[in-house]
Design a protein around this ligand. Structure first.
Ligand SMILES: [Ca+2]
Length: 253
């Protein structure tokens, strides 16, 4: 399923501008010149999402979300993921190429540590190909036995796109798994992948938040996967946690 949130956001913004302007025109007294007003504040939906982060709900039950060459990602026998360090959607060089084998189904997957039973999960990942087009699949399945789950076709082209799939497990004894496969392609194919995420209790992929060795607990707010500049004061109502070095300076920039 191809996401079109950016298009939807633009449509919402455009619609609200039209409504705001229409209200101004309707309120203009008769006989007076009608002028378009300035809209100073716009509400642009529940999320503002981009590969480096955004506002809204976030969670990631997977580890190594930008390291698909890591052993945390289990590859089928004919699937290889060298550390190719391709340019990712956020401009970093953290995307990898996944080469699926020839005949048969080839896969790459990661099992979360979250039980699948009776819970809704949404998996998402950015994908593309180097040239042409290709259809692969993204799935959210149960780790145990014959997998109950949902697969969605992902129609790749040479542009990074975020794909997502949702499944609600009626039960199950295993953990929820995000899986990519080559749709049983009979010839070897290579795709580019970055930014895998698995969330529980939601039917729509939230703000992407990258992970390394640990997962990210569900919450809502601001995610910056890279840098942040705050030009004025900031009030923090809770605990301030710093995992890296801190530098205090009296100047900005
Ligand atoms: Ca194959």
């Amino acid at each position: 399923m191809r996401m079109s949130r950016a298009l939807l956001t633009h449509m919402l913004v455009g619609l609200r501008v039209i409504i705001a302007c229409s209200i101004l025109l309707l309120n203009a007294p008769q006989g007076l010149a009608k002028e378009l007003g300035v809209v100073e504040d716009l509400f642009i939906g529940r999320h503002a999402i981009s590969p480096p982060g955004g506002f809204g709900r976030y969670q990631n039950l997977l580890v190594r979300s930008e390291e698909l060459d890591h052993a945390s990602w289990v590859k089928s026998a004919s699937t290889t993921v060298p550390a190719t360090n391709l340019t990712a959607p956020d401009g970093s060089t953290t995307a990898e190429s996944i080469t699926f084998g020839g005949a048969g189904l080839d896969t790459i997957q990661q099992a979360s540590t979250t039980a699948a039973g009776s819970t809704q999960f949404t998996g998402s990942v950015w994908l593309k190909v180097a040239s042409g087009t290709l259809t692969v699949r993204i799935g959210v399945i149960d780790q145990a036995g014959s997998p109950a789950g949902t697969y969605a076709n992902a129609d790749l082209d040479t542009t990074w796109q975020r794909f997502q799939v949702t499944h609600t497990f009626a039960g199950g004894t295993g953990n929820a798994v995000l899986i990519l496969d080559d749709n049983t392609n009979a010839s070897s194919q290579t795709i580019h992948a970055w930014g895998a995420q698995l969330e529980s209790g939601t039917g729509t992929a939230g703000v992407y938040t990258k992970t390394s060795a640990g997962t990210v607990t569900a919450s809502r707010g601001l995610v910056s996967n890279t840098d942040a500049v705050i030009g004025s004061n900031e009030t923090i109502g809770g605990t301030l946690g710093v995992t890296g070095a801190t530098t205090l300076s009296s100047t900005l920039g």
